[in-house]
Design a binder for this molecule. Sequence first.
Ligand SMILES: CC(C)(COP(=O)(O)OP(=O)(O)OC[C@H]1O[C@@H](n2cnc3c(N)ncnc32)[C@H](O)[C@@H]1OP(=O)(O)O)[C@@H](O)C(=O)NCCC(=O)NCCS
Length: 148
Amino acid sequence: MARGSRSVRIRRLRLADHPAVVGLLRAAGMTPRTRGRDGRAAFARQLRSNRTRYLGAFDRTRLVGVVLGTHDTRKGWINRLAVHPGYRRRGVATRLVRECERTLRKAGIEMFAALIEGDNAASEALFRKLGYDTGRLIYARKKLRPDV
Ligand SMILES: CC(C)(COP(=O)(O)OP(=O)(O)OC[C@H]1O[C@@H](n2cnc3c(N)ncnc32)[C@H](O)[C@@H]1OP(=O)(O)O)[C@@H](O)C(=O)NCCC(=O)NCCS
């Protein structure tokens, strides 16, 4: 396994990467909604949108980090940021977020946001280091079905 992150390269994700993305999200302790927004058909649809910037960090051919960047024309959203446990604290997430912001800026986006669970100290520390303000907000959401 690589010790630094210099051997890790970032590139746009493709549909063929979908199984690896799901595997990585699981390895990172997340719960990919494979019957919903993280499923293959949804992923394919999202990749075709000009509002997505889906990036993977690869150690040779192995996916070790992911960020699903989107924008809603007003702000950019950093979604599903995840790094494999064996590759953490080497700046992989930092590189992914910066590259995601860079590509979103090309679409005229000048404000970026992420939703962070209240007990996710690592993610809060990361985003604060990257210049994000964190405040306590109430997140309201409605799902039309449980596994969306
Ligand atoms: C959060 C996560 C993406 C960070 O990935 P990473 O590649 O290890 O992050 P980086 O190496 O770029 O860290 C940059 C900085 O963030 C902060 N940070 C990252 N992980 C941290 C941790 N566990 N505890 C405290 N600070 C942390 C540090 O300031 C770090 O700089 P340093 O290593 O020089 O001290 C990773 O821990 C992860 O995948 N967690 C599970 C999924 C998740 O929670 N995703 C975020 C959803 S909002």
